[in-house]
Design a protein around this ligand. Structure first.
Ligand SMILES: Cc1ncc(COP(=O)(O)O)c(C=O)c1O
Length: 416
């Protein structure tokens, strides 16, 4: 018997939330926020703060540092020193500041793709160049790092920073100690700084944990900055609260200066209380959430296996985002179109289109709104990303729409 309720549908329409800014009848399963209210313990802390009624400038109290330090020690087995930690309003603001401070215009920032699309914005908006280093993909075993490609990217004299996503979004891969240690050694060899985005680290499958990059070796500790936050885990993205830490005083000082210059170093009136409540009182809620998410993942995989065997879900150990390989249906659709227009064309001559057309079709015909994989960089073209962090009844609705959408897409009558 669960203590917390994840089944009740909460109507988010009319709340000016990004995810539900959609047409009537549409179902959004795209952006990475959850359709669950945050933990009651966190709501209580926010309500207490709201009741106080005075919302002046805020400072960072010891309780904020203690909350991060204790959570990382007890949940992730890592000792973070108080003076390593710096408040920032978000992980992306910290990444953009790091790009500005730690690299020069026109230099390259390495990314292992497919990876969170906003990384590209932080690089390109600042006049730097993304250096995409695709992960190796195997339909049965999922993703792994391609160390030859990585070394090539890091050894480019113009590469000065690596944005590492640990665990990976999308794909849900938890990088292991050996992989992370190798990344650290290669980056050290070529003088590349590592920015480890660990925002998804608490959303691991039940029984699994992640390895903080900075905990792997002295090398990893010294060449890196890590960003963390309670916002993904506890569904608090709109509160805008995060932290970065680094054991390297020079890197830490540089980024601390830059987040201050960029004015993303000060908390709003709810940021501290929400964070402290999350990390001191949210563990039980989180563990039930992880079980619920796992049930949703299992249900999705089972549903697809039975109803849409042409789609394959990349095996995942973390995040609430399923990364689904569409190559088979994209190929079938392309064959269908080509055969119609030119019956003599050989199937082997068919080029598989990317996922954009299917994803647009799905939204238009069924209202299901998901992300197409192209936006996550090289290697993402034939995938879609599905957010399964919602009550089971909503998930069932989404899966039924997906099935209907695929059937229409593959019917010779349909037009796109
Ligand atoms: C890997 C990753 N980093 C950062 C963010 C956003 O972080 P923030 O809202 O703190 O800027 C997301 C949101 O989905 C994400 O997936």
């Amino acid at each position: 018997m669960r203590q917390y309720d994840f089944d009740t549908l909460v109507d988010r329409s009319g709340t000016d939330c990004l995810k539900w800014d959609i047409k009537d009848g549409e179902l959004p399963m795209w952006v990475a926020d959850m359709d669950f209210p945050t933990a009651p313990e966190i709501r209580e802390a926010i309500e207490r703060r709201a009741q106080h009624g005075v919302f002046g400038y805020q400072i960072i109290p010891d309780a904020w540092y203690d909350a991060y330090i204790t959570w990382w020690k007890t949940r992730h087995g890592m000792e973070i020193q108080k003076d390593w930690l710096v408040f920032t309003t978000g992980v992306i603001p910290a990444i953009s500041s790091a790009v500005r401070k730690l690299t020069s215009p026109a230099e390259k920032v390495c990314l292992m793709t497919p990876v969170y699309n906003t990384f590209f914005n932080s690089i390109v908006n600042n006049g730097r160049v993304p250096f995409e280093c695709p992960l190796s993909y195997d339909k049965d075993t999922g993703y792994s790092m391609d160390f030859d490609a990585l070394e090539k990217a890091l050894s480019d004299p113009q590469t000065s920073l690596l944005l590492l996503c640990n665990p990976q979004n999308p794909g849900g891969k938890i990088w292991n100690r050996e992989e992370l240690a190798r990344v650290g050694e290669l980056c050290k060899k070529y003088g590349v700084i590592v920015f480890a985005d660990e925002i998804h680290c608490d959303l691991t499958a039940p029984g699994l944990s992640y390895t903080p990059f900075a905990s792997v070796s002295e090398t990893c500790r010294q060449i890196s900055i890590t960003a963390v936050s309670p916002t993904k885990t506890f569904n608090l993205a709109g509160i805008q609260t995060a932290a970065f830490f680094s054991a390297n005083p020079v890197l830490r000082h540089k980024l601390w200066r830059q987040v201050n210059t960029d004015e993303v170093a000060e908390p709003n009136a709810f940021a501290v209380d929400a964070t402290v409540a999350a990390f001191t009182k949210g563990a039980a809620w989180l563990d039930e959430l992880r079980e619920y998410l796992q049930e949703n993942k299992n249900a999705t995989v089972a549903y697809l296996k039975e109803n849409l065997p042409q789609l394959s879900v990349v095996s995942t150990d973390a995040t609430y985002l399923l990364w689904i390989d569409l190559s088979e249906i994209l190929r079938q659709r392309a064959d269908l179109i080509n055969q119609k227009s030119d019956p003599d064309l050989q199937k082997s001559e068919t080029q598989i289109p990317d996922a954009r057309n299917f994803v647009r079709f799905l939204r238009e015909k069924t209202g299901l709104f998901v992300m197409y994989g192209n936006v996550y960089g090289k290697g993402g073209d034939h995938f879609m990303r599905l957010n399964i962090a919602c009550p089971k009844s909503m998930l069932e609705d989404g899966l039924a729409r997906l099935k209907a959408g695929v059937e229409m897409y593959l019917s010779s009558e349909s037009e796109t």
